[in-house]
Design a protein around this ligand. Structure first.
Ligand SMILES: C[S@@+](CC[C@H](N)C(=O)[O-])C[C@H]1O[C@@H](n2cnc3c(N)ncnc32)[C@H](O)[C@@H]1O
Length: 223
């Protein structure tokens, strides 16, 4: 199915074969979906990854997908009746979050063919993703191997680092055509605590202040 779309529009489709089930499982594991309250997928294509997201999503979590190709929108809706799929570009994530009564999400899973996109579109989608993610939120993007050498892929890697201050590259998934390697980009670094990063840093500051206050009393009471 995807190869037919690739022949019609290689730039936007970006792959001749759908993601392998192994890659889809790996993506869902890397995203730690059980901890997420709002998840958005960019470019579900044939819905292999969508199905895996739905399998791992916690009950009651918000989820929707944004896909520009109308045939692939229909296919994903048919394959995953439990998913909300909009025919829209990834740039419009903010507007669609609002339709769900939210102004942010904590995870974006993308299989967009970044390396094929013009620079302006890459920047608009990265900017919209950054704005849409809450602090500690994760953009998990998988890119095909050839994307590393294309100028568009190199530009994407550089811009990812510009927008997100903590970027990790996971191991290559060889059982995919072509082999794939996911990037994990966090807004302000991975969330390590269930507290919001702002609250956690205020708490740390408070504990430090109490410690230094207690320490300053020591010579008086223990002398
Ligand atoms: C590499 S394919 C996805 C493959 C998918 N993981 C699968 O297994 O079928 C990339 C997808 O991104 C979609 N796409 C391209 N530009 C987009 C955009 N600006 N916003 C949302 N989706 C887009 C394409 O139509 C295509 O379905």
């Amino acid at each position: 199915m995807l190869w037919k779309e690739f022949i019609q529009d290689p730039g936007k489709t970006g792959a001749i074969a759908q993601s392998s089930p192994r890659l889809a499982r790996y993506i869902a594991q890397q995203a730690h979906l059980r901890d997420k309250r709002a998840v958005v997928e960019f470019g579900p294509g044939t819905s292999v990854v969508t199905r895996e997201i739905l399998r791992h999503l916690r009950p009651g979590a918000t989820f929707f997908a944004l896909e520009t190709n109308p045939r692939l929108v229909d296919l994903t809706r048919r394959n995953c009746p439990g998913a909300t799929v909009y025919r829209a570009s990834a740039e419009e994530i903010g507007h669609h979050l609002q339709l769900h009564g939210r102004d942010s999400c904590d995870c974006i899973i993308s299989s967009l063919p970044w390396a094929n996109f013009p620079r302006g579109l890459q920047d608009r989608i990265l900017e919209a993703s950054y704005q849409a993610l809450q602090p500690g939120g994760l953009l998990l993007s998988f890119s095909y191997w050839q994307g590393r050498v294309l100028p568009g892929g190199q530009y994407f890697r550089q811009r990812l680092g510009h927008y997100f201050n903590h970027v990790e590259r996971s191991r290559t998934v060889w059982r995919n055509l072509p082999p794939d390697f996911p990037y994990q980009a966090y807004k302000y670094g991975p969330a390590t605590s269930p507290l919001s990063p702002k609250f956690a840093s205020s708490l740390k500051l408070l504990i430090c202040s109490i410690k230094s206050f207690v320490y300053s009393l020591r010579p008086l009471s223990w002398a």
